[in-house]
Write a protein that binds this ligand. Structure first.
Ligand code: GL2
Length: 827
C-alpha cells in the first residue's frame, strides 16, 4: 500500500469547545505574542506585513479547536462527508473572512490601531493566492465556504500550485503581458504543511501479470505528495473544515554522485521533475490543452486525495472494509479535471486491497458524481490513449475494461451500433473524460437550468437517453459572506437595518423581506446613497491602485470575466466605439448623453490570439476616448489590469450596470451575474446561463434583456450565418468596425487589428454582429431609466431582494438533497 501509514492514528482526537472570543485588548496581546515568538520582531520593529502574519496566526489559533472537533466528528460521526475534487480553488484573501467567521472583526480593527498600525495597511499586506482561472475555481471556494457554514463535513482537495494564474500587465501598446505569480514569495500564514501525512504518487513503468491472474503495476518513478492544510471556517456554525492542497516533492532531493562529478544541474534534475508537477496552474480557461504535465497534475492530486480519504476514515486499518467507503465520503468531480479518479479508485480497490472487479465497480460508481461546467465541445477533455498508456499504463487497461463493460451494457439495453460507437469512452486512440465521468459516477449535473437542459438535449444526449435518472441540475451560487458582507459593508448594514436582523447572512432568501421597502422612497434613497458612497470609495481605490481619475457622478458600467470570444467583449467595445463616434460627431446632443464610465476586467489565455488582440483594442479605445476633450465628462473607458477576487470585491459593489452578454447557449452559468445582482447592479444580458433564472426571479421588468435566444442562434447557424450582411445593414455597426479598421485606435496603422476585423466580417462564430443592433437599442432604454434615479434604484433594490436564491448555501442544499444524500453534522 503506497504512502499510507498503517498503525498511525489520525490526529483529530482532542475535542474541546471553541475558545470564547476575546476583547480587543486581549487580541492585541495575542498579536504581540505572535510578533515576539513567531515573527521574532518587537512591536516597534514590526512592519504592516509582520502584523498581518501575526494577526493571521492569532486568528488561526482561535479556529483550531473547532477544526479539531470538526475533524473528530467527521471521522467518528455517522454523517457522510463530501470530498470536493477540484484542480482550482480561487480563494481570495483570507484574513477578513477568517476574522468574520471567528467573530473577531472589531477586535482586530481596534487591536491593530492600538498597536500603532493602519488597518488598511495590514489588510493590504496579504497577497491574493490565484489558484484558479475564473468562475470554476471561485465556485469551488464559495462551495467549501458554504459547506462549512452549513456544518457539513467536507474536504476540498486540490493542488497548491507554486505559481497561480499569471499576473497581467499592459505594455505601452496596450498588449497583455503575462508575468509569473509567485505568491509564496513571502510568509504565507494560512497553509499548514503536514510532512507526516504525505502520500506516494507513481507514474510510468509497466504492468505485469502475476501467476494468479492479478496485475501488478511497476511504476518507473514516484513523487511525494505533501498536504498543505487550509482552515475553512464556517460562518456562525462552529465548524471548520479542511482544504487540503497537495504539493509535489521529490523523494530523491539530490543526486550526490552527480554533484560530486560537478554536475550541479544534473544533481537536482529529479527534484525539478517532481516539483514541476505542482509548479504552475494552467492558465487556459474553457479551452483544450493537451499537456502531459496537466495529466500528471490531475492524477497527482486525485490519487493523493483518494488515499488520504482512506487514511482519514479507516485510521490504522491494514485491511479496511472499503465496501463502506461510499458511506463515509462522496466525491464531487469538479469538471473533467479529476475524472482520472474513477480508474484510480478501481485500481486502488483491485490492486491495493484485493477486491474483485464488480465489487470495486459498485463502490466506485457510488463514490463519484460529476459536474459539467461547459457547453463548449472543445472544453470537454479528451486524452490521447498513448499518453495515458505511457504515464498510467494500469489505468489505461482499466479504462479499456470499463469501456468494454459499458458497450455490453449498452448492447443489452438495445442501443444501436452507431450510437454505441458515438458514446465510446475509449475510442482506441483517445479517452473521453466527460463520458467516463458520466458512466462512472452516480449523477451528472449542469450548473444552471438552461445549461443542464442543453447537456441533456445536446452535449450528453445519448447518455441522458440511456440513463435519464442520472441527470440533474444544480444552479450555481455565491457566498454572501465574502461577496456582500465583506465586499459591501454599507449595503450589509442597510439590509440588516431593513430586515431588523443580520440572519440573512446565513439564510439569504430572507432578502425577500426587502421587497416592500422598494415602495418606501426614503429607503430607496438610502440604498442609492450606499451605491454612491461605494462609487466614491472605488474612485479612491482606483486612484491609489491604478492612477485612474474616475468621476463617481457617471454611470459605472462594468464587464468583468475571462476574455473569451463567446463572452463577447467585442460587442461591448464596438458599442462603446459607436457611442464615442456619436458624441464626437454631435449626432447625439451633449445634453442627451448619459455620462458613463465603462470598466473592463479580463485576462486572456496567453496563447489565445484573438482574445489578446481584443484586450489591446480595448486599451487603445480607452487611450483615445479618455484623451479626447470632445467626449470629456461624457464617456470614459478603463481597463484595470490583473482582475482578481480582490478587485471584484471593490468593483462589484460600485457598479450600476453589469454586462452579461454572451451568445445564448454558451455560458454554462456565470456567477459574476449573481454577485452583481446581489450588490444592487442592474444587468444587461442575453438569455444565457443563470441570467435566465436571475431574470425570472428579479422580474423581467427589472432586467435588460436583449439578443437572440438559443433556438434563434441554432436556426441562424443552420441557415448559414453571414456577418457581413449585418455590417452592411446597420450604419452604427459599419462605422464602428470601420474605425477599428482605419487606424483610429492604432495611430493610423490599418493593419493593427485586421485579424480581428476579418474575423468579425467573415466568421464571427459567436454572432456579435447579429446581436449588435438589439444591444444598441436596449442601451437607450437603460439610459432613460438611469435618468430617473429613484426608479433605477427601486429596480436595483428589487434585484437585491430577489437574489437570495443565488446563495451558494442554497446550491449546497441542492447538492445535499439531489446528489450527495448527506447532511450537516449533529452538534
Ligand atoms: C465555467 C463556466 O464557463 C461558467 O459559466 C460557470 O459559471 C463556471 C462555474 O460553474 O464554470 N466553466 C469553466 O470551465 N470555467 C468556468 O468559469 N472556467
Amino acid at each position: 500500500n503506497t504512502g499510507t501509514y498503517p498503525g498511525r492514528k489520525v490526529r483529530m482526537t482532542e475535542i474541546t469547545a471553541p475558545k470564547s472570543p476575546v476583547t480587543a485588548e486581549q487580541f492585541a496581546d495575542e498579536i504581540r505574542e505572535q510578533l515576539k515568538y513567531t515573527q521574532n520582531v518587537t512591536t516597534e520593529q514590526a512592519t504592516p506585513a509582520d502584523v498581518y502574519v501575526a494577526a493571521s496566526k492569532a486568528v488561526r489559533n482561535h479556529l483550531a479547536d473547532s477544526w479539531f472537533k470538526t475533524q473528530a466528528d467527521t471521522v467518528n460521526g455517522n454523517t457522510k462527508a463530501v470530498g470536493y475534487l477540484s484542480a482550482e480553488f480561487l480563494m481570495g484573501k483570507q484574513l477578513r473572512n477568517a476574522l468574520l467567521n471567528a467573530g473577531l472583526t472589531e477586535q482586530f480593527d481596534k487591536a491593530v490601531e492600538a498597536l500603532g498600525f493602519k488597518v488598511q495597511d495590514v489588510v493590504d499586506a496579504e497577497y491574493e493566492p490565484g489558484l484558479g482561472n475564473g468562475g470554476l475555481g471561485r465556485l469551488a471556494a464559495c462551495f467549501i465556504d458554504s459547506l462549512a457554514s452549513l456544518g457539513v463535513p467536507a474536504f476540498g482537495y486540490g493542488i497548491q500550485y507554486k505559481y497561480g494564474i499569471f499576473k497581467q500587465e499592459f505594455d505601452k501598446d496596450g498588449k497583455q503581458v503575462e508575468t509569473p505569480d509567485y505568491w509564496l514569495a513571502n510568509e504565507e500564514p494560512w497553509g499548514h504543511i503536514d510532512y507526516n501525512r504525505d502520500q506516494k504518487v507513481s507514474f510510468g513503468g509497466k504492468v505485469v501479470e502475476n501467476a494468479d491472474g492479478t496485475k501488478t503495476w511497476q511504476p518507473a518513478w514516484s513523487v511525494r505528495a505533501v498536504p498543505v492544510d487550509y482552515l475553512v471556517p464556517g460562518y456562525k456554525s462552529g465548524r471548520v473544515n479542511t482544504l487540503r492542497l497537495w504539493s509535489a516533492k521529490s523523494y530523491d532531493e539530490f543526486d550526490l554522485l552527480a554533484f560530486n562529478r560537478s554536475e550541479y544541474m544534473e544533481a537536482v534534475t529529479p527534484q525539478v521533475k517532481a516539483e514541476n508537477i505542482s509548479k504552475i496552474l494552467y492558465p487556459e480557461d474553457s479551452t483544450k490543452v493537451g499537456k502531459e504535465l496537466r495529466l500528471e497534475q490531475q492524477y497527482f492530486f486525485v490519487s493523493a486525495s483518494l488515499h488520504d480519504a482512506i487514511r482519514v476514515f479507516y485510521p490504522g486499518q491494514d485491511k479496511p472494509d472499503l465496501t463502506t467507503f461510499p458511506n463515509k465520503i462522496v466525491f464531487q468531480l469538479n469538471d473533467t479535471h479529476p475524472v482520472i479518479g474513477i480508474p484510480e479508485l478501481m485500481r486502488i480497490l483491485i490492486d491495493e486491497y484485493g477486491y474483485d472487479w464488480d465489487t470495486a465497480w459498485s463502490i466506485t460508481t457510488k463514490t463519484f458524481n460529476y459536474t459539467c461546467h461547459t457547453l463548449l465541445p472543445e472544453a470537454l477533455e479528451v486524452w490521447p490513449a498513448s499518453l495515458i498508456g505511457e504515464l498510467l499504463p494500469r489505468h489505461l487497461e482499466i479504462i479499456e475494461k470499463i469501456n468494454a463493460q459499458f458497450e455490453d451494457e449498452l448492447k443489452s439495453k438495445g442501443v444501436d451500433k452507431n450510437t454505441i460507437k458515438d458514446m465510446a469512452i475509449y475510442t482506441g486512440d483517445a479517452v473521453r473524460m466527460a463520458y467516463l465521468a458520466t458512466y462512472g459516477g452516480s449523477h451528472v449535473n449542469g450548473v444552471a437550468e438552461l445549461h443542464s437542459q442543453l447537456l441533456k438535449d445536446v452535449t450528453l444526449k445519448n447518455f441522458s437517453d440511456v440513463y435519464p435518472d442520472k441527470f440533474t441540475n444544480v444552479t450555481n451560487g455565491v457566498t454572501p459572506r465574502r461577496f456582500v458582507k465583506l465586499a459591501n459593508p454599507r449595503l450589509s448594514d442597510l439590509i440588516t437595518e431593513g430586515l431588523g436582523t443580520d440572519k440573512w447572512l446565513s439564510d439569504l432568501e430572507m432578502l425577500k423581506g426587502l421587497e416592500p421597502l422598494a415602495k418606501d422612497d426614503e429607503f430607496v434613497k438610502k440604498f442609492a446613497a450606499v451605491k454612491k458612497a461605494n462609487k466614491v470609495d472605488f474612485a479612491a481605490y482606483a486612484k491609489r491602485e491604478y492612477g485612474f481619475e474616475l468621476d463617481p457622478n457617471t454611470m459605472f458600467n462594468t464587464m468583468v470575466k475571462r476574455l473569451h470570444e463567446y463572452k463577447r467583449q467585442s460587442l461591448k467595445i464596438l458599442s462603446v466605439i459607436s457611442t464615442y463616434a456619436d458624441i464626437k460627431s454631435g449626432k447625439v446632443k451633449a445634453e442627451d448623453v448619459t455620462p458613463r464610465t465603462v470598466f473592463f476586467g479580463a485576462k486572456a489565455a496567453p496563447g489565445y490570439y484573438l482574445a489578446k488582440m481584443t484586450i489591446q483594442l480595448i486599451n487603445n479605445v480607452s487611450r483615445v476616448v479618455n484623451n479626447d476633450p470632445d467626449v470629456k465628462g461624457k464617456l470614459a473607458v478603463y481597463f484595470p489590469w490583473n482582475y482578481n477576487v480582490r478587485l471584484a470585491q471593490h468593483l462589484i459593489p460600485a457598479t450600476d450596470l453589469d454586462e452579461q452578454i454572451s451568445q445564448a447557449g454558451k455560458e454554462a452559468s456565470g456567477t459574476g451575474n449573481m454577485k452583481f445582482a446581489l450588490n444592487g447592479a442592474m444587468t444587461v444580458g442575453t438569455l444565457d446561463g443563470a441570467n435566465v433564472e436571475i431574470r425570472e426571479r428579479v422580474g423581467a421588468e427589472n432586467f435588460f434583456l436583449f439578443g437572440m435566444t438559443v433556438d434563434e442562434v441554432e436556426k441562424k447557424y443552420a441557415e448559414g450565418y453571414n456577418p457581413a450582411s449585418y455590417y452592411e445593414a446597420d450604419p452604427r455597426l459599419k462605422h464602428a468596425i470601420d474605425m477599428v479598421a482605419d487606424g483610429t485606435f492604432s495611430n493610423g496603422d490599418r493593419n493593427a487589428y485586421s485579424p480581428l476585423v476579418a474575423d468579425w466580417l467573415t466568421k464571427d462564430w459567436f454572432m456579435t454582429l447579429a446581436d449588435f443592433s438589439a444591444y444598441m437599442d436596449i442601451q437607450s432604454e437603460i439610459e432613460a431609466l438611469y435618468a430617473d434615479e429613484l426608479e433605477w434604484n427601486r429596480k436595483a433594490l428589487l434585484n437585491v431582494a430577489n437574489s437570495g436564491y443565488f446563495s451558494s448555501d442554497r446550491s449546497m442544499e441542492d447538492y445535499l438533497e439531489r446528489i450527495w444524500h448527506t447532511a450537516p453534522l449533529a452538534d
